[in-house]
Design a protein around this ligand. Sequence first.
Ligand SMILES: Cc1cc2nc3c(=O)[nH]c(=O)nc-3n(C[C@H](O)[C@H](O)[C@H](O)COP(=O)(O)OP(=O)(O)OC[C@H]3O[C@@H](n4cnc5c(N)ncnc54)[C@H](O)[C@@H]3O)c2cc1C
Length: 331
Amino acid sequence: MQDLYKKFKDYGKVKLNEPLAKHTTFKIGGPASFFVTVTETKKLVELLTLLDGKGIDYFIHGGGSNTLASDAGYVGVVVDIKTRNTEVQEDVFIADAGCVTVAVAQKSMSAGLTGFEWGVGVPGTIGGAVRGNAGAMGGDMKKDILKVEVYKDGEVITMTNEECEFGYRDSVFKHDGGVILRVYLQLKKAEPDAQLMKKALEHLQYRNSTQPQGFASSGCIFKNPECGMSRKTGSRSAGQNAECLEKLREIDAEKMEQFEKVGKISAGWLIEQAGLKGKKRGKVEISDKHGNFMLNTGGASADDVLGLIDEVKQEVYTRFGIELEEEVAIL
Ligand SMILES: Cc1cc2nc3c(=O)[nH]c(=O)nc-3n(C[C@H](O)[C@H](O)[C@H](O)COP(=O)(O)OP(=O)(O)OC[C@H]3O[C@@H](n4cnc5c(N)ncnc54)[C@H](O)[C@@H]3O)c2cc1C
């Protein structure tokens, strides 16, 4: 342990038995054996190469805004990415993976570039945003990514937007691994005028009016399930069950029409229709304001959250025949 501690110090700041609750927006999570904060991409690549070479387990930590860390913590190395350089090349905004997404949005606007205003309300890092194809207000990473630099199996490679295989809150990195090192956003030149800022502020105001404020959370717990006849076989999705769609239309035909237009049913709305808003388990509570948010009302455990996730999935499936899928990464 002491040897590894000394070794890891070559790459960044090292903490032993660091409570993950200090680093997740949910404020939940037991201790990580090693918590190594890296601020340079070169050192990050060296550290990842060392960990892979020695077969040591590691978990990548960006902003911790989409992670539910276990109460038992993590046996291994949590690699905390805090690489924060940015650069503008014409209409391309380049950001290290550890850059805060909100800061990327602000800086891109200040540089007179438009397209990433939607990022102004998304917590976490740009690397985490790429992995989960984060999105808001009609935008998502898929629309803005030109290419990314990635560490994979001991090599640094460049991947095009297409190679990232973005889907709804999904990318190839969720399935095949790889650590995003640097992100290239293809934006458009615009006058650095107040209009961009105004648009971003409108995004923020909308979010504040629809999302709960003042509690620890990890944003939306579940992905919005598909709406319409699914072509997938084997999965129990809304799309496969015409009866369940009909049941939902009876509840609110207008809402369902909106969902059918975008091809997704709001998970928050389903949770609300299942009568689960405000439901508590231990110190976790489903928000009254937004059914897809679980709030840590103080001292909540990961077990409480997982238990509530199971209850919600069970109830929504029983009532509507729809199987919800977690958006949050479970460690
Ligand atoms: C209040 C609130 C509001 C939110 N609103 C939105 C929203 O509007 N839209 C939206 O899409 N999301 C939203 N989220 C969820 C979250 O902000 C996003 O998913 C965000 O992009 C996660 O980034 P992160 O750096 O915090 O990821 P983390 O939580 O640190 O990590 C999440 C996963 O990504 C992996 N990861 C992180 N960095 C990298 C990297 N560089 N390379 C490879 N893997 C990596 C981790 O290992 C983990 O598996 C919200 C969260 C909160 C708390």
